[in-house]
Design a protein around this ligand. Structure first.
Ligand code: FAD
Length: 428
């Protein structure tokens, strides 16, 4: 190891998005005054991704989505900001991040490179098929969705559903093609997956399940998709939302342990990777969540924000280090409805604790043994965080039912269309 690398060089964060930004903010917020480099592949300042599939596609003008200005990052947080520069390798022995022909020495490193969309297996080149992960993707899609356009969304997960909802709001005719018999089963289970997929039909989106897209038809531009059933669906625009894979190709050969299943960075409960002083956070990180007694990788805003902060604190302030334990939480907005989920869908049984499958609001509970381990809600924003606290406290099934009864007696302020009413709460 060379002298420069081991001699107290600063914090390097790779990935200038939510987890990376939160790492930098936590470092400075806790009093770290060493050098900080924030390296990001995109040309943009760190920006908020959730709006990209929601108001960004539906608003008249382009909504602002940057978290901070360049001045705030460079001057207030004293960050050496290197945008439009990708890490291409990592030498853990020499403690250097490689970016092309430049070596960036680190004392502490945080990997926050997130994830990239999976692509359809398709002949290279034409026709154009879009994915939605970045601000540039969202700008392209925004331009392409016009009233009367025929949009095919491949994948009925949360991103696909939000794109479908936004395209409907823009007056497009929308079909979702989903390979599974019921969408969202991995995320929320079959019972709630069925209930949520009913929102598509009620809002004019056609949902075709249990089939695959075999081919995207057209020359330069998409003209349709051919399904595994042989059926052809007209499409002026094809958008693929079939999941993501962790962005870790730049770690090949670095010795950092990666998950054989999906290439995620394997961490311990403190978000430490297999290399000294190297931590990971956000969509890229797989770690044992002691609160739910299982190892997981999450793809949600709240976890990326929390893990980014925690990784920086653990790396820089060992006396304040804490295991990252969390009750997962995410939200999604479709057709003016707010969907929220807390905990895990890995349960022995699921039941509607209030409302039901076809109602415009419900609470569904996920039970494992005598414990409440998860909850899915539709337009019940005031209940979610209380339920989350109960799960965090390893609450029993009985106490969950009592809490729900108590909450149901409390007048609820938020009306239907809870999305707007709860925007603030979503970032808790
Ligand atoms: P990312 O945001 O993916 O950022 C990783 C950054 O690292 C990227 O900027 C990338 O360019 C950069 N990078 C990658 N490789 C390199 C490299 N080699 N060198 C340098 N930089 C690199 N979550 C919710 O809970 N609710 C929602 O409603 C919701 N909506 C969403 C809508 C959309 C359209 C998307 C895309 C995501 C949504 N999410 C939502 C998920 C949430 O935005 C992510 O969980 C969060 O952005 C993850 O943050 P991250 O920093 O870990 O990774």
């Amino acid at each position: 190891m060379d002298r420069e690398a081991s001699g107290g060089r600063g914090l390097v964060v790779v990935g200038a998005s939510l987890a990376g930004l939160r790492a930098v903010q936590a470092a400075r917020g806790c009093g770290y005054d060493g050098p900080v480099v924030l390296l990001g592949a995109e040309e943009h300042l760190p920006y908020d991704r959730p709006p990209l599939s929601k108001e960004f596609l539906t608003a008249d003008g382009e909504p602002a989505c940057y978290y901070l200005t360049e001045r705030e990052l460079k001057d207030d947080l004293a960050v050496d900001l290197r945008l439009g520069q990708s890490a291409t390798g990592l030498d853990t022995a020499a403690r250097r991040v490689i970016s092309g022909d430049v070596g960036i020495p680190y004392r502490h490193l945080i990997i926050a490179t997130g994830a990239r969309p999976r692509l359809l297996r398709q002949a290279p080149g034409l026709p154009v098929v879009r994915t939605l992960r970045t601000l540039d993707d969202a700008r392209e899609i925004r331009r392409a969705i016009r009233p009367g356009a025929h949009v095919v969304v491949v994948g009925g997960g949360f991103i696909g559903a939000e794109i479908a909802s936004s395209a409907r709001a823009r007056g497009a005719a929308v079909t979702i093609v989903e390979v599974a018999p019921v969408p969202l089963v991995r995320a929320v289970g079959e019972v709630v997956g069925k209930a949520l997929s009913g929102l598509h039909g009620r809002n004019g989106t056609r949902l075709v399940c249990g089939v695959q897209v075999e081919e995207v038809l057209g020359a330069q531009r998409a003209e349709g998709v051919r399904l595994s059933t042989g059926q052809v669906i007209r499409a002026d625009l094809v958008i693929v939302g079939i999941g993501v894979t962790p962005a870790t190709e730049w770690l090949a050969g670095s010795g950092i342990a990666l998950s054989p299943a999906d290439g995620a960075v394997l961490c311990d409960e403190y978000l430490r990777t297999s290399a000294p002083d190297v931590y990971a956070a956000g969509d890229v990180a797989h770690w044992p969540n002691r609160l739910l007694d299982c190892a997981m990788r999450l793809e949600n805003w709240t976890n990326a924000a929390d893990q980014g902060s925690q990784a920086a604190i653990n790396a820089l302030f060992p006396d304040r280090a804490r295991a990252h334990e969390t009750v997962p939480y995410f939200w999604s907005d479709w057709y003016g409805n707010r969907i929220q989920f807390v905990g895990t869908a890995l349960a022995q049984s699921v039941c509607f604790a209030s409302g039901g499958r076809d109602d415009d609001r419900f609470v569904a509970f996920y039970r494992a043994g005598e414990r409440l381990v998860g909850a899915a809600t539709l337009n019940e924003p005031r209940k979610v965080m209380k339920i989350r606290r109960l799960i965090a406290g390893r609450g029993s099934w009985e106490s969950a039912l009592e809490l729900l009864a108590e909450l149901s007696r409390t007048p609820v302020g938020a009306g239907r269309g809870g999305a707007a009413a709860t925007k603030k709460m979503a970032r808790q």
